[in-house]
Design a binder for this molecule. Structure first.
Ligand SMILES: O=C1O[C@H](COP(=O)(O)O)[C@@H](O)[C@H](O)[C@H]1O
Length: 257
C-alpha cells in the first residue's frame, strides 16, 4: 500500500472546488495517457457539492466527456430516479449537464431493473459488467483512475459499514442488507474492488467526520473503521476541510492548519 497524503482546505466550499479541479485534471491526464478515463463516483453531501462545482467550472470544457467511464462505489437499492439514489444525485448535479456517452454511465442496478428486488443478483450483475469492462483475462475489475469516497460519521466508506459482512468479503461487489444508515439495502464495491484503483480519494467535510478521519489515520483496523481499509495503488488522498481535520494525528498536521 502507498503512503497517504492529507490536504486540508479552509471550508467545505473550497474543498468542493478543489476536488472538482483535481478530478478534472485527473480525467484530462488519464485521457492524455490512455485515451480515456474511468472514474468511480460516490454519494453524500460533499460529493454533490463537488459535482455541482465541476459542472459550473469552465474546466469542464477541457474534457472529452464521451471518453469517460463513470462507475459507482455504492448505491442505495432504491427505484430508478429516487432522489436518494447516488445515481440520481450525480445525474442531477453533473452528468445530465454533460455530453457523456450513456453507454459509459454504469449505474448500479435498481429494484425496478432486470433482477427486480434481488440485491444479490443486482450486485452480481454489476460485478459482471465490471469484469466485461476489464476485458479478457483473469482481471475482474477494469482500470480505474480514481475512486472517490465520502466517509460516514461511523467511518463507513461506500456502503462498507463497521462490522458488517462486507468488510470480510473477497468478492469485488456485494449486496448489503441491514445497513445502519437508511436505506438498509444497498450495493457496494468492497475493499478488494476499491483498492484496484490508481488513486483513492477520501473526501470529508464537517466536524461530524472528524473522529472517523482521525481513527482511520491512527492505525485503527478496517473491520471497525472501514475508511482505514481503502488505498489506491499509486496514491491515497485524504481531502478534508478544516472541521473534518480537527482531530488529525500530529504527523498529518502542518504548521499552517
Ligand atoms: O450513504 C452514504 O453515505 C456516505 C457519506 O454521506 P455524507 O452525506 O455523510 O457525506 C456516502 O459516501 C455513500 O456513498 C453513501 O451511500
Amino acid at each position: 500500500m502507498t503512503a497517504a497524503s492529507v490536504v486540508v482546505h479552509p471550508n467545505a466550499d473550497v474543498l468542493a472546488q478543489s476536488v472538482a479541479a483535481r478530478l478534472a485534471t485527473s480525467i484530462i491526464d488519464a485521457q492524455a495517457a490512455r485515451g480515456e478515463a474511468s472514474i468511480v463516483l460516490t454519494g453524500g453531501r460533499i460529493a454533490k457539492a463537488v459535482y455541482t462545482a465541476l459542472g459550473a467550472s469552465p474546466i469542464r470544457d477541457a474534457i472529452d466527456w464521451g471518453r469517460v467511464d463513470f462507475w459507482w462505489g455504492d448505491e442505495r437499492f432504491l427505484p430508478s430516479g429516487d432522489p436518494e439514489r447516488n445515481e440520481t444525485q450525480a445525474r442531477d448535479s453533473l452528468l445530465d449537464t454533460l455530453p457523456v456517452d450513456p453507454a459509459r454511465v454504469h449505474a448500479m442496478p435498481a429494484p425496478d431493473g432486470p433482477d427486480g428486488d434481488d440485491p444479490e443478483a443486482a450486485a452480481a450483475r454489476y460485478a459482471a459488467e465490471l469484469a466485461t469492462a476489464a476485458g479478457p483475462g483473469s482481471r475482474t475489475m477494469p482500470h480505474l483512475d480514481v475512486v472517490m469516497l465520502g466517509i460516514g460519521e461511523d467511518a463507513h466508506v461506500a456502503s462498507v459499514f463497521p462490522g458488517h459482512p462486507a468488510v470480510y468479503e473477497s468478492r469485488d461487489v456485494v449486496a448489503v442488507r441491514g445497513a445502519p444508515k437508511p436505506p438498509s439495502t444497498r450495493i457496494t464495491l468492497t475493499f478488494g474492488g476499491i483498492n484496484t484503483a490508481d488513486e483513492v480519494w477520501l473526501i470529508a467535510a464537517g466536524g461530524g467526520k472528524a473522529d472517523a478521519v482521525a481513527l482511520a489515520l491512527s492505525g485503527s483496523g478496517p473491520t471497525q473503521t472501514p475508511a482505514a481499509g481503502v488505498a489506491g495503488v499509486a496514491h491515497t488522498r485524504w481531502l478534508l476541510d478544516r472541521s473534518a481535520a480537527v482531530a488529525l494525528p500530529a504527523r498529518f498536521r502542518s504548521p499552517r492548519r
